[in-house]
Ligand binder design. Structure first.
Ligand code: RUG
Length: 804
């Protein structure tokens, strides 16, 4: 396939056509929203042909399709994604400016589709981009939440949450498919009829499809992201209405819609119990029914299902897919139990994203039986088959709970971790017993990021420099960036590399000034930690180090300090009290430290509220230093770490998650390593009173803790942080105290390194040059090769038919 050329004039006409015919607006009265919608619809038109062609090619090939089941797709804004992949970014900009519109302002009008919490959801979005870029037939299946991740505001430094409303305006990219809908049953009971189980459901809702085409690089291929919305089987109860009971009349619809109303604002614990379990089953069942319908409509024989269907479970959230597929095969298609289990397992694979025990979902068994009685019986059958085959002690149903991690593992032909270290730890810790029951089942697929969004589109100055240095074919072959390595010795190249970074720093500064009225010193080091707020990610350690630095600058103001701006970004789960205290403390400390005339020149703390994908796209290219400081063994992979390195920001980090592999790629001399290793962390936890001892051994840390506990940053409420500080001293599970000195010392190495401008820029450029391996194209190729066995259906890259 090749991309037909469109001139800016033609594209202007297409935008105007949509303005008039789709939006019903006259040019003279069009708002930014109208222009944004018209631009989006004009771009979407160009996606349709590649999308249809891909679908046709898939049907013709009659090969295997990938079904990626994920509770989260953190897609963010789509205009630039689509424009860039269509090769129409420059055309769109010119077309809009010919119409007197500012492209950047129009792009910025699009709300972030925040259908995810963090790394797991963003990974799913990157994977969709790579699946299309690689020409692998695939569907992403998830939930069309009415309200994505909450909006974060600070009130006197404390996090407040409000509902996010991305669907308040029309969503330009999706196609509603009212004809594609499935009943989803809950509750009731199971009856036996002539040896057959019959599920008499207590409640039924309808899953209705909305499709968003996902076009890959150079529009060679487009797959579908199919999101399910919950609707009622009876939209409206007319009898109640006629009786004047308007509430009752709308109740069925309102109740059903609850299921797809809100994304759970939590990516590490299982909360919300019943509703969340219903959400998981809702989208999983709809997806399994949909893929079976597609398979059968093509005349498939269900015994051959695994040759045509590869289902990837993104975390345990869709783990009910195993029992659901078994249920449908037995109850609706007459399979024997063992045949159904074997067939389902041959279709399913599971990605584990965490070792945190609280994040491996477990449902109270009584709740599970109440919501999914038939699946409970099926799980008993699966468990029995597992025990019969292996003699294992591992149970799925245990201590009154349904263990979804064990279920996902047992029902998957492969289980993968998301970085080399994490996959090893999966074998050694959470799934050690199952690993010995099923040797070879656990494999690794280190995460990756799409370079189209995370370099090409978010970092125009660096993109242009790369294009002029190594050519323009790197966006779908990212290891070509290695060609930059030789240039990292060339002072002229380094000057240009630094100029690109400076331009991005200026862009960030202007953006922050306009949005929050905050001024940044562009010569300072921009030291950035952006991610969900969690104790294991250790934003608290970063803050403690900042306070310690503040103390030392005050004591020794003429020591030639490297100016730093410490930038934090991220949301805490609303119910996560400690994480919210950490946010509050960062903001409180910022107020005091930023107001100190003695240190202002050298140290500033900035915490822009409501961190999201679009903010990351501005922050990451402008970053000098990337903070990846989690307790070793706790961050499964991280993907922010890859984005920063790709955009020329060296890392200060622990040997955790993908940091280990990033360091191997960029070279130890281009990475600031500190802290305990995963094995040392485990050993240290066995030492009695390890935190108290660490504090006693570090006068610097002890002083900082005294200041915080004593109310230096909370004069309005001096005891606000005593619980937080005492928690650290008495129960520092994430070893902030133990790693503090090592972190502080390494930060001072960073200061020195940053002072040598050219050496620093070289280090930054080598980071960019050497992290091409972390493209999500490489990750998806790995899944396709090792797990799904799905070939690419595009043979060679077509070229743009440029017409003079
Ligand atoms: O915390 C992990 C990250 O380390 C990882 O990079 C990301 C994608 O694999 O997934 C994150 N994650 C883990 N999000 N939710 C969970 C727990 O279910």
């Amino acid at each position: 396939m090749s991309i037909p050329y469109v001139s800016p004039q033609e594209f202007s006409a297409e935008i105007l056509r949509h303005l008039k015919h789709s939006l019903g607006k006259d040019e003279s009265h069009a708002s930014v929203y109208d222009w944004r919608m018209s631009l989006s619809l004009a771009l979407r038109d160009h996606v349709v042909d590649p999308w249809f062609a891909s679908t046709r090619r898939t049907y013709e090939a009659r090969g295997k399709r990938v079904y990626y089941l994920s509770m989260e797709f953190l897609i963010g804004r789509l205009i630039e994604d689509v424009a860039v992949n269509l090769g129409l970014d420059a055309v769109a900009e010119e077309a809009l400016s010919a119409l007197g519109q500012d492209y950047a302002a129009v792009v910025a009008n699009e709300p972030d589709a925040a259908l995810g919490n963090g790394g797991l959801g963003r990974l799913a979005a990157c994977f969709m981009d790579s699946l299309s870029t690689l020409g692998i037939p695939a569907y992403g299946y998830g939930i069309r939440y009415e309200h994505g991740l909450f909006e974060q505001h600070f009130e006197d430094g404390a996090q407040m949450e409000t509902a996010e409303t991305w669907l308040a305006q029309r969503h330009a990219w999706e196609f509603e498919r009212p004809e594609v809908s499935y009943p989803i049953n809950f509750g009731g009971h199971v009856e036996e009829h002539e040896g057959k189980a019959v599920w008499r459901a207590g409640e039924t809702v309808v899953a209705s499809a909305y499709d968003t085409p996902v076009v890959g690089w150079q529009a060679q291929w487009a797959n579908t992201l199919r999101l399910w919305a919950a609707k009622s089987t009876t939209a409206f109860d007319l009898d109640s209405f006629n009786r004047g009971d308007y509430m009752a009349a709308s109740a069925p619809e309102a109740l059903a819609r609850t299921i797809s109303r809100v994304l759970y604002p939590d990516d590490t614990t299982d909360t919300g119990k019943e509703l969340r379990l219903k959400q998981e089953y809702f989208f999983t069942s709809a997806s399994i029914q949909d893929l079976l319908r597609r398979f059968l409509s093509e005349g498939g024989d269900l015994r051959a299902l695994p040759d045509f269907v590869a289902i990837q479970l993104n975390d345990t959230h869709p783990a009910i897919a195993g029992p659901e597929l078994v249920r449908l095969l037995i109850d609706e298609h007459g399979f024997e139990v063992s045949q159904a289990i074997t067939t389902a397992r041959s279709c399913l694979a599971y990605t584990n994203h965490t070792l945190l025990p609280e994040a491996l979902e477990r449902w109270p068994e009584d709740l599970f039986i109440r919501v999914l009685p038939r699946h409970h019986r099926i799980i008993q059958l699966i468990e029995a088959a597992h025990i019969a085959a292996t003699g294992s002690d591992i149970r799925i149903l245990e201590h009154g709970e349904v263990k979804m991690g064990e279920l996902a593992f047992i029902m998957a032909h492969h289980v993968n971790g998301v970085s080399a270290l994490h996959s090893e730890l999966v074998k050694e810790t959470v799934f050690a017993d199952l690993h010995s029951d099923y040797p070879g089942r656990i494999i690794n697929q280190t995460n990756g990021i799409t370079p189209r969004r995370w370099l090409y589109s978010c970092n125009p100055p660096l993109r242009e420099l790369i294009n002029e240095t190594i050519g323009t074919t790197w966006p779908d072959d990212l290891q070509q960036l290695d060609g930059l390595s030789v240039h990292a010795k060339d002072p002229a190249f380094l000057d240009k590399f630094q100029a690109a970074k400076d331009a991005n720093k200026t862009r960030l500064s202007n953006w922050l000034q306009a949005r929050d009225g905050v001024s940044l010193n562009p010569d300072a080091m921009f030291d950035v930690q952006i991610k969900r707020i969690h104790e294991y990610k250790r934003q608290l350690m970063n803050l403690l180090e900042t306070v310690a630095l503040w103390n030392e600058i005050r004591e020794n103001p003429n020591a030639g300090w490297t100016p730093r701006v410490k930038i934090f970004g991220g949301k805490a789960a609303p119910g996560y009290v400690v994480a919210k205290q950490i946010i509050h403390l960062i903001n409180d400390a910022a107020k005091v430290i930023n107001a100190d005339p003695a240190t202002r020149e050298y140290l500033q703390i900035v915490y822009p509220e409501n961190y999201n994908v679009s903010m990351a796209e501005i922050l990451i290219p402008a970053t000098d230093l990337s903070e990846q400081i989690s307790t070793a063994g706790k961050e499964a992979s991280g993907t922010g770490n890859m984005k920063f390195a790709l955009n020329g920001a060296p890392t200060i980090g622990t040997l955790d998650g993908a940091n280990v592999e990033i360091r191997d790629c960029v070279g130890a001399e281009n990475f600031f390593l500190f802290g305990l290793t995963a094995a040392e962390v485990t050993a240290r936890r066995a030492v009695p009173e390890y935190a108290r001892r660490a504090v006693e051994a570090s006068p610097r840390l002890a002083r900082v803790l005294q200041q915080i506990e004593g109310g230096v940053f909370s004069s309005d409420d001096k005891t606000r942080y005593s619980g937080l500080v005492q928690g650290l001293i008495n129960h520092d599970y994430f070893l902030v105290t133990c790693d503090f000195d090592s972190y502080f010392g390494t930060q001072r190495d960073v200061d020195k390194a940053f002072a040598d401008k050219q050496a620093w820029t070289r280090m930054a450029a080598l980071n960019t040059a050497r992290v091409g391996w972390f493209s999500s194209d490489r990750t998806i190729s790995g899944y396709a090769r090792d797990i799904w066995k799905t070939p690419s259906l595009i043979s060679a890259r077509g070229s743009r038919q440029d017409v003079a």
